[in-house]
Design a protein around this ligand. Structure first.
Ligand SMILES: [Zn+2]
Length: 160
């Protein structure tokens, strides 16, 4: 066995010892099956068989503003999707006699695509968002809601 393997094996043994020491004195639920792992002597959940690892996580995950903004964008995305489906169905079922305003359909598709892109961008940039200050994060979340509501209001203003 070479030195690197010995070091790696030493680190694994050290980790396993820390895991056992932690579980000896704490109630911890298996993240997979929620079996109480207190007093576990191995490194595998006896209930579901998943390998376990001791790790550090953030005390405040900073997800609230991110999720709030995501919900705002999802609402706009879902809403524009529903209106789009309703518009397409009524277009198919009713005879508008060529009088159907197709630009409404174009506006709806555009809104749906724009909301979808905003949601995708929000998800892709989640770590960047989570690194902003508390005030900035909530400002972004408010902007996401404002964006969704603004686009919807703009649509109805144009249609009515
Ligand atoms: Zn388990």
């Amino acid at each position: 066995m070479n030195v690197e393997d010995q070091v790696a094996q030493g680190e694994v043994a050290e980790h396993d010892a820390r895991l056992r020491a932690h579980l000896a004195g704490h109630d911890e639920l298996c993240p997979m099956c929620e079996y109480n792992l207190r007093g576990l002597t191995g490194t595998v959940c006896p209930e579901c068989g998943e390998a376990l690892r001791l790790r550090v996580s953030l005390s405040e995950p900073k997800m609230a503003a991110f999720l709030c903004g995501l919900i705002g964008l999802s609402v706009g995305f879902g809403f524009s999707g529903i209106i789009l489906v309703v518009a397409v169905v009524s277009l198919l079922l009713q005879d508008f006699g060529g009088g159907f305003p197709y630009w409404v359909l174009v506006a709806l598709v555009s809104q749906f695509v724009i909301e979808g892109l905003a949601m995708w961008l929000w998800l892709v940039r989640r770590n960047w968002i989570r690194r902003r200050s508390r005030g900035q994060r909530w400002a972004l979340a408010a902007a996401a809601w404002g964006y969704s509501i603004g686009l919807t209001v703009l649509f109805f203003t144009l249609v009515s």
